[in-house]
Structures are given as C-alpha cells and as structure tokens.
Design a protein around this ligand. Structure first.
Ligand SMILES: Cc1cc2nc3c(=O)[nH]c(=O)nc-3n(C[C@H](O)[C@H](O)[C@H](O)COP(=O)(O)OP(=O)(O)OC[C@H]3O[C@@H](n4cnc5c(N)ncnc54)[C@H](O)[C@@H]3O)c2cc1C
Length: 467
C-alpha cells in the first residue's frame, strides 16, 4: 500500500492511496494527491507568498462531494480548508497537511428574472455572475475586480460599485445551502435557520461550507462611470476635493480614490466614480471632477460589466501580496500629508493605497442586522502591496507596516475581515466588532469543535482561541 505523507501540526498524517481511492469512488469530482499533475495548480492561491501543501485536495463537483469531504476529514482527523476563488490574502484556503475542499469547479449560475434572484455555486468568480445576469438587465452588488472569488467575498461582506444604491453583497444574500461540520446539508433563509443566514452575512466561513448562494437582483444596465487622474502637484487638492465630493454624493453614486506611483513616475491620484441611476441628473457629475485635472478622463456611459472588469489588469496572478487596512470616517489634511509622503516612496509600482467608499444603502443597515457590523459612512482604507519578486518581500512589508502605523491615529475602530492577513485574535475581534459574542454563540451551535478554523476564526465558546 502506498502512502502520501504530509506534516501536520503535532505529527505526520499519512494517507493511504486506498483511503484516497475510497474517497474518490464516492465523488462526482476528483481527489488530487501530492505528485499528481493537477495538485500543484489546485493548491495555489492568489497570494504567491502562500505555498502550502495539503495532504489531499477534494476537487468538488457537487454539494454532496463537499459533505463527503467533510465526513472524510472528520474521520481521519484532518484539518479542513475551503477554497472558493482562492483570493483571500491570508491564504486560509490552503493549509499544510489538511484536506482542501476546492470548490473552484462548481460554477453554475441560475438567474430567476421573475423573482429577481440569482442562485450561484461557490466556485463562481464575480465576472461569471455578471455575465449571466447582464442579459436580463440585472445585477447584484459585488466587488470591483471581476476575477475575484465570489464565495469568500460574499461571506465577509462584499464592497463594490453598487453599495450606495443596493448595499453590500452580504446584504443581498437571501438564502444559502450549507454543509455543516457534521457533514449534513441544510438550508439557511428567512424561515429555516435564520440565525445561520444572519451569520453568513459577514461572519465568513466559520459556520459551514456554503454550496449555494441566492442573491437578490436589481435593475442595472448601463452606468455612468470612469476615472479622473490627477498629477502629483494636484494630489493634495484632489484629496481635499474628494473629501467634499464623496461626502455629498447621493446613493446612486459610489466612488473610490487611489494613490499610486507608476514605474519611474510620480505619485498620481485617481478618483473612480460609478453612477447607477437615471443619467440625466448625473450629466453634470464629471464637471467638478474635471475642473482639477488637465488629463483627459473616461467618464462615460458603459455597461456595468465593462466597469466591473476595468481594473482586472492591475491584479495579475503570481504576485506577492501584503495588505493592511482600516476604516476612515474623515479624510483630514494631516492624513493627506501622510498618504502623499508614503506613496511618493512606495517601493513597488504595482502597489497602491485605496479608499473605497461605503455609504448610502450599505451604511444605513443596522450594525446588528447582519454579521457585518461596520455601518455608517466610511472609507475602507487599504494599503495593497504587491510585487513580483520574493526577494523584495522584506522591503515591501516594512513599508506597508510603517504606513499602517502612521495611519493609526486616523483610523476608526474595526477592520474589514476580507482584508485581514495573519494579524492575530484582537484584529479578528475588531473585524466582527459588536457582533462577536453573538457570532461566537452561533459558532458554538454550528461548529462546536471548530472544524472550520482555517479562516478569520471565531472560537466556539468552550474552546480557547486558536486551539
Ligand atoms: C484582486 C482583489 C480584489 C478584491 N476586491 C474586493 C472588492 O472590491 N470588494 C471586497 O469586498 N473585497 C475585495 N477583495 C477581497 C475579497 O473579498 C477576498 O479576497 C475574498 O476572500 C475572496 O473570496 P474567495 O472565494 O476568492 O476567497 P478564498 O481565498 O477562496 O476563501 C477565503 C475564505 O473564505 C471562506 N470561504 C470561501 N468559500 C467558502 C464557502 N463556499 N463556504 C464557506 N467558507 C468559504 C474560507 O474561510 C476561506 O478561507 C479583493 C481581493 C482581491 C485579491
């Protein structure tokens, strides 16, 4: 009998090929073991700093495969990880020596135009979803890069161009099918397990594996959108202008600002806008944005899906990533100085600092209505460092950490869970904020042994943190 050996905390796990064959026999999908052709591709995640080797990968073909994988992991004492799109910067979708449930092959999207809902599999990327809903003139709010995985994004919150008008992705989650820690398949909606539905709307992958998401859809066809870029000499005035402009914008208009420094060039400030409403009142919108910039801009009516993929090229696969983030409720002059000073000496031209606006419908939800607690007008301030060469990691991580420290005095409490790296239990608690205790009680009910711990983890009440 052959064995594959992987090192697991506390000892080596040896999986016989016979056990793997038995598992495979019960699946619609496949089992991938170290040494097999697809194994290395499947274990890879978006952040190239993460290089972990699971003992076994279950490439799930259907919800029943997920249940089978969960039962197998329990029986064999294997840690479980869940990979949707693999975009989580912390890389919790993969661990050494565990069983990875790779959901990336589960890609079904079913639109119900009459009920204005869409039901999607957990391996779907944002662009896969938009492609299917667009022909109906419908969309659900997601994020701003179309190649990102939908599952992790939706479970942690989901902040994008439609948040002012239609809320976060998690606000639009109306039902889910879940494989629990016991390997059972259950439904969560307004009538059945509503507590679980509450937890899935921002509580991450703590409560089970979601095998199907149903989201509310909204009429969205063309949007008035685009970017205006300001040169370094206008950076300060552009940030000040943005403070006033974003602070006054209606629900239909969502905005983001980014600071970048292209290869060999100077710092630049870009403001991106998306107006999702009748165009007529928005026609005057670009005027004030343009008044500060001599650069041509591209604010124009476009299909929503065009905007959704406009930023994709900025996030190629295979880069090293190190992120730090927090919330800003104000963009004051001192903060502006800090941002400009740091970005002017940013070590990687691929990195940037983004302020993504959360407002309108997303901001008005009561903090306790969903597990995602960070409501009220704010900006998600993300230092997104990325670079190609691992030899540059120390320099880039140091710059990121120094900027984050310098931003400390300006940041509000809390952090967006989907931006977190390996930052410790306190930061995880900040991410779940005032909902943490309720989430811990829910965790205790649905996953008392903390089988699903490879995430931004909420400990069940009887379990010590990190155990
Ligand atoms: C280029 C880029 C752009 C981004 N832009 C945005 C943005 O605009 N707005 C925004 O809100 N976020 C954004 N994010 C962050 C994004 O929300 C997270 O990276 C998110 O984790 C992506 O989901 P995923 O399925 O790819 O994650 P994965 O890495 O596959 O999973 C992350 C974690 O989610 C959990 N999980 C995943 N799938 C399931 C499931 N089916 N059931 C249970 N648990 C599951 C697991 O705990 C897993 O460890 C961006 C990220 C990147 C890399």
């Amino acid at each position: 009998m052959q064995f594959t050996t992987s090192s697991v905390a506390g000892g080596d796990y040896r999986m016989s090929t016979a056990a793997a064959s038995m598992l495979a026999a019960n699946l619609k999908g496949h089992v991938l073991l170290p040494g097999e052709a697809e194994y290395d591709r499947a274990r890879r995640v978006f952040n190239a700093m993460i290089d972990r080797r699971p003992a076994v990968i279950v490439r799930c073909g259907a919800a029943e495969d997920v249940a089978e994988g969960v039962r197998f992991a329990r029986e064999h004492g294997l840690p479980v990880t869940v990979k949707g799109g693999g975009h989580g910067v912390a890389g919790r979708a993969v661990c050494d020596g565990g069983l990875m449930l790779d959901l990336s092959a589960m890609k079904r999207v079913v639109v119900n135009p009459l009920e204005r809902t869409v039901t999607v599999d957990p391996g779907v990327k944002l662009g896969d979803l938009d492609r299917e809903t667009e022909p109906f003139g419908l969309a659900t709010p997601t994020g701003v890069v179309s190649v990102t995985g939908l599952a992790g994004l939706a479970l942690g919150g989901g902040l994008g161009w439609l948040n002012g008008k239609h809320g976060l992705t998690c606000d639009n989650l109306v039902a889910a099918e879940v494989v629990t820690a016991t390997g059972d398949r259950i439904v969560a909606n307004g009538e059945e397990n509503p507590d679980l539905l509450w937890g899935l709307r921002g509580g991450g992958g703590n409560f089970g594996v979601v095998t199907s998401f149903t989201f509310r859809l909204h009429p969205v066809r063309r949007v008035l959108a685009g970017v205006v870029t300001y040169p370094a000499r206008r950076a300060r005035s552009a940030l000040r202008f943005y403070r006033e402009f974003a602070g006054a914008c209606p629900d239909e208009l969502s905005t983001a600002l980014s600071l970048s420094r292209p290869e060999g060039g100077d710092l630049a400030v870009s403001i991106v806008v998306c107006y999702a409403g009748p165009f007529e009142p928005a026609r005057r919108l670009p005027g004030p944005l343009r008044s500060l910039s001599s650069e041509p801009d591209a604010i124009t009516p476009m299909p929503y899906r065009t905007l959704q993929s406009a930023a994709d090229d900025g996030y190629p696969p295979g880069q090293q990533h190190y992120w730090k983030s927090g919330y800003l409720t104000d963009i004051n002059d001192e903060l502006i100085d800090v941002l400009i000073e740091f970005v002017s000496r940013m070590p990687s031209p691929a990195s940037g600092v983004g302020l993504q606006q959360l407002h309108g419908a997303a901001a008005r939800v009561d903090p306790s209505a969903t597990a995602f607690p960070h409501r009220g007008d704010r900006y998600d301030c993300l230092i997104l460092s990325q670079w190609p060469d691992p030899a540059d990691s120390e320099r880039n991580a140091a710059w990121t950490g120094e900027l984050f420290d310098a931003l400390g005095p300006f940041l509000a409490t809390g952090v967006y869970v989907n931006n977190l790296g390996d930052e410790g239990d306190d930061r995880v608690k900040q991410a779940y904020g005032p909902n943490y205790d309720r989430l811990a009680a829910l965790k205790t009910a649905y996953d008392p042994t903390n089988l699903f711990r490879h995430n931004q983890n909420i400990s069940p009440l009887s379990t010590a943190p990190g155990s």
